[in-house]
Design a protein around this ligand. Structure first.
Ligand code: FES
Ligand SMILES: [Fe+2]
Length: 433
């Protein structure tokens, strides 16, 4: 491979990292349903509204008297007060400054200072996006109404609630460098090596031994209908290979290959603005509920989850406290980087690159193949989108995917031998080692 050509030029880096209104990458995000909030953030009718910043737009999520979800402009159309201070009452949100009131579609329904027969309020409407609940997540679609796709079909969101767990955490860097960590299978043998043997949601899998036994994985990346299958091949016994196949579906869904009978996990990396994103982290099983032990471990911040600054979705270990780095634990080999927990090991390093890493300065190697191909696939899809094509990742078929971990003989390629394992098989668990 010509590594010089794999580097991104500045314009390409800008193209992939800018997601505000009117940007091509922002347009791609806006054409599919994005996780906006956890359902637990709006627990009851007339509960307090929640500020939501997504793709550079400042919005407000709220739930009216009838239980309708609303995602509207954060600011009052009168003189720009944040409606976060609003009164959620009688089927609408009332601005506390001069009493203008809006319904869940953003329509202004009352301007108390104007004679009601003037009909003035009918001319005022806040920007508003649909907000629907599925799998414990409130999803929004921020694109043109005529292009709104059917509801999201990701498997974790369609299994019974008892089978899945979802968390979110703030990550203080651009969405792309966070997502690139999600498809970079090669760092596991280093950064997360401590957790493979100790984390209750990782330990005990035969795959861990393969992970640690071969630090030079061969990457085989194959285009999938919605994005990429990222295969990492390591040596197993008797000349066989251990394959870990990660799924990436455009633009920002990743699913990590399973280990033994542990729940399968993955992420969405959703831009808040160009320098921050939400790391959404799901875990699920297909045929059984999560055990109490598993759920408790997730709630306690193990596996790919974190603990929080109370009352927020900001990780307790964060930039302001140097991620609680423990140099002694690093020296003693209990953690590779000194940071505890898989999620914060990733986030600390990705945030350390700066809010938007300069990709013109990278020196890429063969284990970066997945990342290189993902960038190029995105650039290609953006070009096609300019010509009116629908980007991948939106239709249900592209969302019915699975990651897999398999041991195969040397003459079998994962894309043939594990073809069935890479799509949803109703009623069957993931293929795992
Ligand atoms: S600013 Fe909201 S009613 Fe005046
Ligand atoms: Fe990681």
């Amino acid at each position: 491979m010509d590594w010089e050509r794999t580097m991104l030029r500045k314009e390409q880096n800008d193209l992939l990292t800018q997601t505000g209104p009117g940007t091509p990458m922002g347009q791609m995000f806006r054409l599919s349903w994005q996780p906006a909030l956890l359902a637990e953030e709006l627990p009851e009718n007339e509960c307090p509204p929640v500020r939501v910043k997504l793709l550079g737009e400042r919005l407000l999520a709220w739930r009216d008297t009838q239980g309708n979800y609303a995602l509207t402009d954060e600011f009052c159309a009168h003189r720009g007060v944040s409606l976060w201070f609003g009164r959620n009452e009688h089927n609408g949100l009332r601005c506390p400054y001069h009493g203008w009131k809006y319904d869940h579609t953003g329509q202004c329904i009352e301007v108390p200072s104007e004679p009601s027969e003037s009909g003035y309020c009918q001319k005022v409407k806040l920007k508003s996006y649909p907000l629907i609940e599925r799998g414990g997540v409130l999803w929004t679609y921020m694109g043109p109404p005529e292009k709104q796709p059917p509801l999201p079909e990701w498997e974790f969101a369609t299994v019974p609630a008892s089978h899945s767990f979802m968390s979110k955490r703030l990550q203080e860097c651009n969405w792309l460098q966070a997502m690139e960590g999600g498809i970079d299978s090669s760092h596991v043998s280093f950064l997360h090596s401590g957790e493979l043997n100790t984390d209750p949601l990782f330990k005990g899998s035969k795959g861990n031994a393969y992970n640690m036994g071969d630090m030079k994985p061969m990457f085989e990346v194959v285009e999938s209908p919605g994005g990429l299958y990222i295969g990492a091949r390591r040596n197993a016994e008797n000349g066989n290979y251990y394959w870990r196949v990660t799924q990436w579906v455009m633009p920002a869904f990743t699913m990590i290959p399973p280990r033994a009978d542990h729940p399968v996990h993955g992420h969405f990396w959703v831009p808040i603005d160009d320098e921050n994103c939400w790391a959404w982290s799901f875990d699920y099983k297909v045929t059984r509920p999560l055990s109490d032990k598993e759920r408790k471990a997730m709630e306690a911040g193990q596996g790919i989850h974190v603990t929080y600054v109370p009352g927020t979705y900001i990780p307790a270990a964060n930039k302001t406290n140097d991620y609680l780095v423990d140099r002694k634990a690093q020296k003693e080999g209990r953690t590779f980087s000194g940071v505890f927990g898989i999620a914060m090991q990733d986030a600390s390093l990705q945030e350390s690159m700066g809010p938007i890493v300069d990709r013109t300065k990278e020196n890429l190697v063969s284990t970066d193949n997945g990342i290189i191909m993902a960038r190029h696939r995105l650039i290609r899809a953006l070009k096609a989108m300019e010509k009116g094509e629908t980007p991948p990742g939106i239709v249900a078929e592209h969302q019915h995917v699975r990651s897999a971990a398999v041991v195969l003989p040397p003459d079998k390629h994962f894309k043939d031998a594990a073809r069935d394992a890479l799509v949803v098989q109703t009623g069957k668990e993931h293929v795992t080692v």
